[in-house]
Design a protein around this ligand. Structure first.
Ligand SMILES: [Zn+2]
Length: 200
């Protein structure tokens, strides 16, 4: 598929002219969430910057609205390209063409959530340690070793780029809960289980 962001948003003006652009976050059932996204050919292009800026602005608004969230993937705002934007505390990363290049020996259970189904929690099994490589908007290549919450976050976001949702990875008995019900019977700290050697 050759859909560029400009084709998706023909009214978009060059980046310097644009005010804050908050995009609607696509919700469960929207076919956009099921596409396998295209690799970004030019990380330094204006089109790439447009998507990265919109992810940043859309995440900022969604975090305020839902009081949660650390990242957004481009298909969630209607751009089927391989870009993820992460904000943890005050640090931000725009990850272009992110890839998991290595996985450690442990898994852990996570009660995962997603802006595309914000009221639902899903128990999933994720690798506890991963190595991720990506390109930044200046075109520089990076490799990061991540563990725990940051590792599961990137697995969730990179899944989005392949049209995979946390729901598809539901694990164990009774893996779904509405957030409001989950909060009645669990503490916030129970969102992440301890690391355990992977069962093969
Ligand atoms: Zn998500």
């Amino acid at each position: 598929m050759q859909l560029g962001y400009r084709e998706l948003h023909p009214a978009a003006k060059p980046p310097n002219w644009r005010p804050m652009a908050v995009r609607r976050i696509r919700q469960l059932g929207d076919p956009m969430l099921r596409l396998r996204c295209e690799r970004v050919q030019n990380p330094k292009s204006a089109a790439t910057r447009l998507v990265a800026d919109d992810l940043r602005d859309s995440l900022a608004v969604a975090r305020k609205k839902y009081k949660m969230g650390r990242a957004l993937a481009a298909p969630q705002i209607g751009a089927p390209v391989r870009i993820v934007f992460v904000q943890m505390d005050k640090q931000r990363w725009t990850m272009i063409n992110p890839e998991i290049t290595d996985v450690g020996p442990d898994d852990f259970l996570v009660w995962d959530d997603c802006f595309s189904f914000p009221n639902l929690l899903v128990r999933v099994n994720r690798a506890y340690q991963i190595t991720v490589s990506y390109t930044d908007p200046k075109g520089k290549q990076h490799t990061m070793e991540l563990e725990g919450p940051m590792a599961e976050l990137l697995q969730h976001e990179i899944d989005h780029l392949d049209g995979i949702l946390a729901l598809d990875r539901a694990s164990g008995v009774d893996p779904f809960a509405f957030r409001s019900e989950w909060e009645k019977v669990h503490e916030a700290g129970e969102r992440h289980g301890p690391p355990k050697p992977r069962e093969v």
